[in-house]
Design a protein around this ligand. Sequence first.
Ligand SMILES: [Fe+2]
Length: 475
Amino acid sequence: MTNPRTTSTSSTSPAAATPAAAGTSAAPATQAPSARALAALEAARRRTELLTDSVDEHDLTAQHSPLMSPLVWDLAHIGNQEEMWLVREAGGRPGLRPDLDHVYDAFRTPRADRPALPLLGPAEARAYIAAVREQTAEVLDTVDTGFEQPERLLAGAFVFGMLAQHEQQHDETMLATHQLRVGPPVLDAPEPPPAPADVALLPPEVLIPGGPFTMGTSTEPWALDNELPAHSVEVPGFWLDTVPVTNGAYAEFIAAGGYDDPAWWTPDGWRHVHEAGLVAPLFWERDGEGWNRRRFGRTEPVPADEPVLHVCWYEADAYARWAGRRLPTEAEWEKAARHDPAAGRSRRYPWGDEDPGPEHANLGQRHLRPAPAGSYPAGAAPSGARQLIGDVWEWTASDFSPYPGFAAFPYKEYSDVFFGPDYKVLRGGAFGVSPVAARGTFRNWDYPIRRQIFSGFRTARDDAGAGAASGDGRG
Ligand SMILES: [Fe+2]
């Protein structure tokens, strides 16, 4: 299995599909591991079916962008990885189609080349993943997934949780393919709730006081290797935007000539802006003095109060510099999202340890867009920052690197081969991210040029008074 975000990249009229039905709730961590695993796998499968049943055979087999696989590749790849890890590895069974391993190996074939592979057709792929799932259910019924189980893959049903997250991550990738697809809309969902009444009263930024905090986790049963282990990090005081940067604010950067002034861009960013011809976020198009955007087959005015989406790291970094600010580091982001100063500990989520509910965050493809900036007061962090989880992935200033004491598990290709300066870390999770993969410790990473992902950002600045607090004589 590989990180689905980074390894690559009808005649019948399908009825509009409603993602709200696609299994959006996280199974509570308090459930027995096997029950939690089954619920998570079933939720992932409902969403996979929604994303693939909502389009016709042509749309399933077509390549909608060289950045993406044909949807039918993702579909069978989900089953192939499940066969490898849950049926063969966890179950000790011979498996169903080991001959498919090389076809659906994300490392062997880049996304652009996958249409040329001898892929299973839609009907074959559906039958295959269903047959695999039958065996998975039998394995889950028979293996010991208790926390005392000495086999680490099985303890707490880790490997089942890993595969549920894998399927949900491919569902997010397939959602991005839906967004790139050209044609009439096939997905539908209710609008997110309107902004709460107190939005106008929110301070523009919140102070995160300096000091150590616990980053990463050693206790979350389904955390992936790159989130481990928990370790203490000293973070000087800083100020963080209360909410993500909005479309309205980003449009001001464009109107101020932000894309025309090298002062705001890193040298690599400036080169990329020109080579790629970037003038605005992906999917935006001019409409007189304003902007429209294309969203899952619909064209609409860009809503000013919604977090900006589909910007690359270079754009986020340039905006921050133009605004006299900077992107937060990954450690700053996690401290803002998890650290509870009153209790002196890190929470699982900004709002506490409780699994995400619809009152906390915009997750799970429950809506097909971010909620207005300032939404979800019940999901606020102790600092008052909102929407750290859900709505948009947030670019950080940091390269993807291992935590002290990192050990690859269960295989090097999940994280280890991606560490280094090529990838920037994103945090928090977007509206299309499943609650099962939206922990406060969850780390995403991608190339700084990527824009088809559901990426936004917020900005930060140093706390000018931080030096006084640490005794530089001014205080
Ligand atoms: Fe994958």
